[in-house]
Unconditional design. Sequence first.
Length: 306
Amino acid sequence: MIKHLRSAADLDAPTATLILDTAAEMAALSGREVKKLPALRGRTVVNLFYEDSTRTRISFEAAAKRLSADVINFSAKGSSVSKGESLKDTALTLQAMGADAVVIRHSASGAPHRLANWVDGSVVNAGDGTHEHPTQALLDAYTMRSRLGRLDGLKVAIVGDVLHSRVARSNVLLLTTLGAQVTLVGPPTLIPLDVAAALAEKTQVSYDLDAVLPDSDVVMMLRVQTERMQDSYFPSAREYSRRYGLDVARMKKLPEHAIVMHPGPMNRGMEIAPEVADSPRSTIVEQVANGVSVRMAVLYLLLGGK
Ligand code: CP
């Protein structure tokens, strides 16, 4: 088993499949009255969050607690980071406290890779800048496999703000490792040529959402990340929505069995209409629930739980 999960590229197909299979066993726990396992008793998991999060932070905390680990939640706000303390010195402090695993979210792409040089424990990337979010990709793959029964040969359209999306990058890496066919869809400004070229070996690119939908098993809508945009990437929110938003009329172009995904948080009414987000085809709430099982599996396997 790997020691760190910094990138979806750390996972070959057998390792990724082992995580998904272990997550399925962990999911069986959630139906029980007592949801705890003693697997990580005496181990310490630190959640080190330099960027805001709802789903990822809560689910890593729930996952570690369900495995009986001791959990330390650290958020940059209110810590000595605001006095200028560096990531390295923060890491050495956590090391001194005996962290067996550090789950990190950071605005700097590559921060988990640096952190892994400074701590003895396992490092798990919970989202670094616009780079990667591997556990999101794992929970997305888990959700597709549970809804549609397979990943091999599945046609997945990832739609929208690919440029700023760590979710898209990790999904491309993981899904193609597991045999899915990925098409990136969005305006040319949000799938620039260099990004398309870098991913070209693994994916197709289309600028026409209506053409891609009828041949998709999964459509994954990405959040438009206006907070990361310094320039204007599209004429207006309304125009973006008209070309690349998933509304009810567009959803009807999908095959009967196809599912609609979104990693959250959503811009309802922009990349996804509320009626679509709340429809039976939507797996958005299921993705959140599956996130706990998948993160339990990741912590359990990385820490060699018993
Ligand atoms: N999907 C996701 O990473 O959500 P949060 O930012 O709320 O953790």
